[in-house]
Ligand binder design. Sequence first.
Ligand code: ZN
Length: 159
Amino acid sequence: MEGERVVFLSIAFATHALVGYALVRGFTDADARIGLVFGLVPDGDFLFPATWGWPFVHRGLTHTPVFALTIVIVVYALRRDRSITLAVALAIGSHLAIDSLSSKGIDWVFPLAETAGPGLSVHGPVATIVLWTASIGLLVVRTDVLERSSERSDPEPRY
Ligand SMILES: [Zn+2]
């Protein structure tokens, strides 16, 4: 049973990281590794000690728009770079969007009220295949764009 949970969580983490990476690579000029890292940031709540309790539990504080907005504002304040800020917003936003569709959902209006999700199996086999296919598709399209733009920006040498 524990082994199944490790596999399930590993696939879930990989999915969040891949979706974040693909979105940042596809829609920003920032380093795509930002998407990898910030796509996983909300699940840092797995590291909270069990004794802490709400809202420091899985799908608690770190899975709220308040938390995501705070991180985005802090990143902008520190870096003053719109592309990096957009990358962070896309990565964390994708994580919250995916998790919000599960049965537990995320608390959209934290700390005012608890909200539930529609109950989709967001880390089940079908959703995982859909998310991986979309992400890899976005990476393929983006790679084509990059190759075409690098051909354009690499003119014949003039003598
Ligand atoms: Zn999560």
